[in-house]
Design a protein around this ligand. Sequence first.
Ligand SMILES: O=C(O)CCC(=O)C(=O)O
Ligand SMILES: [Fe+2]
Length: 321
Amino acid sequence: MESGSALRLPTIDFSSLDQLKPETPEWESTKMQVRRALEEYGCFEVVHDQVFNCKEIFSAMKDLFNLPLETKILNQSKEPFTSHQQFPAMPLYESTGINDAPILEQLKKFTKLMWPRENEVFSETIHSFSKITSELDQMIRRMVLESFGVEEYYNDHINLTKYHLGLIKYNPSENENGDIGIHPHTDKNMTSILFDNQIDGLEIQTKFGEWINVKISPKSFIFLIGDSFLAWTNGRLQPPVHRVTMRGNKVRYSLVLFSVPKGGHLVQSPKELVDKDHRLLFNPFDYQEFITTYASSFKVNSSTLNCRRDLELEKYCGVKH
Ligand SMILES: O=C(O)CCC(=O)C(=O)O
Ligand SMILES: [Fe+2]
């Protein structure tokens, strides 16, 4: 499992968020950095000055994963990849998810399922994280749309998606060469914001094929785009292939706020992004129908999964030219 430790992701400064307002020079320059980073890498490190309690987050996650399995599996959802899940092909990995985590009442439903006698600290810390990251997500998406001159679609773009918070635990590897935490993949949803307990493991591949070991500081997140944003921008932004490799004897916890297109809506590139130099790459699609189809093939293939870029969306609704 080779990886190039000298390489780094682009870092973009989002501290003093409150002053970062549309039409200011800071906004314009940050927006262009976002656009460039997403064109080159499909992701970047967001440096921020938001205040939330890291220690509490990871102690809340530890308590959650320490619950008995019969409690954890009570978290079931019809939507693929959002229930409590473990896969035989990724034995170090365990995850669970919270739909609409930035909405406190929804988060409290999850908390109540896990801790019938309530766990206020869990609800508050996880809610505060979800709120901060969802606001950041919307700001970054506004910048992307502005940079392509399609900001009039901003409200539609935000209303197209809802949020899902993934909570993940990776057990340590016994193998000094590293063990698979999560297989190489691109995210299928629109955008993802990722944070961890400062235990390394996340690796992101550049378009030239090198692997970057990603270090997330207590004051940073990783923002990455998924295949749905590739489709929405008609191929202008490329989602990065990423994986987790576990080395050493520490547990890694990560949180990922996914923006996910809602069912009954179409993911569709605006007409302004389609022309003779940019022919339409994807037919409009319902993400929930796509992900359900993808999940059934994932179940069949997950014991042999070793994909780089699985091109599922191209197979599902790619336009053949
Ligand atoms: O845990 C991580 O750092 C990555 C998780 C991930 O890629 C995913 O859940 O899609
Ligand atoms: Fe991912």
